[in-house]
Design a protein around this ligand. Sequence first.
Ligand code: DOR
Ligand code: ZN
Ligand code: ZN
Length: 421
Amino acid sequence: MKKMEVVVEGSCYVSGRLERCCVGIEDGKIAKIAKLLEGDKEYHFGSKLILPGATDAHVHFRDPGMTQKEDFATGSLAALYGGVTCVFDMPNTRPPTTTVAAMRDKKKIASAKSMVDFGLFAGVRPGMDAAGLAKESIGFKLYMASTTGELLVPSLETINGEISAIASTGKVLAVHAEDESMRKKEIEKDLEDHLRNRSNDCERIAIRKVKEAAKGCRLHICHVSAKSSIPLIERVPNLTSEVTPQHVLLDVSSRLGKLAKVNPPLRKREDRHALFQALKEGTFDIIASDHAPHTIDEKHEDFDYAPTGMPGVETMVPMMLQHVKDKHLELSGFVRMLCERPGEIYGIRKGKIAVGYDADLMVVDASAGTIIRADNLHSKCGWTAFEGVSGIFPHAVFLRGQLMIENGGQVGERAGRDVVG
Ligand code: DOR
Ligand code: ZN
Ligand code: ZN
């Protein structure tokens, strides 16, 4: 029997089910899956689960320009501890990632600092070079309403040409779907006020408009948050969708106040329940964190001034694994939404334990539950909206065959690279 470079043995999730077997790894890729394999390096995890590493298709690592909130080193370390071996970073940094030059600069930063693999989104802006940006980016991101950063495109008529250019690149157009003209600008004192300014219709109308305006594009609707939006994203050809843990686990009645101020807003309990139900039924393609760190001082400003967004890249997988353990979510749904679909939609060989895929793996001990504590997390922002919530953090994590987390602690060398090239 030919020896593999690395062999990982355990209860592996292969072709939709768990089986006790070995994953043979050569050159960072899965080369063979068999009952018994020998390797120069062997890792035996007994009955622990071996799952594909997760891809978080929506993070804001703030680098460059807002590194007081986060940078690529801290954000990607948080990702790794949370079982996320690949992240797609959003373009609302400073400068925004809307030019090939800015894209290349960010790529240098991420290549030097990232603990996990990454893709970079290009921001949509009138006059941008879509063909040039497509070569460097994982996809395009469009902001239809004002939020953190300066990438607002208030009217889709101003970007007709850019939309056609994106369509011809074949890249995904990911959309922050809130309609700027529907957004109210009343002073806000609490989460209820924030929700009133950004109503369910504000999201529904934006989704309707972008579906109409971007017919030729592969559309991806980010962070769907309202019950009334669900019918607009279900079973639509060329359209995929995403939901965040915060929109299925928290609602406007949260006592977290400003910490839970996010865009789109946390909505009513009935929205949250409808989203969770839809999630279980497989309506959404992806669960992504929308990891949007801000410093605690910024978050403690008066409600109206406090920035929107919360961190989540490290807590997403652990909380969702807890839901699998509690039987609120099937393991197959977890793997599909957090591992497989991001890879399929964005065209990268990640998210499956199958020959030819990157050997990104998380090893999970389902009996080892923990309580989430901000003190134990790795984002620079230092806080979490999920303090005290139960989670199952990965016992070990491999990135392209390299052991990066062992016994819940960091071991590997920094090796993150761009999935686009
Ligand atoms: O709450 C949010 N925060 N929503 C966004 O769309 C942007 C994000 C951020 O970058 O802070
Ligand atoms: Zn957004
Ligand atoms: Zn976002």
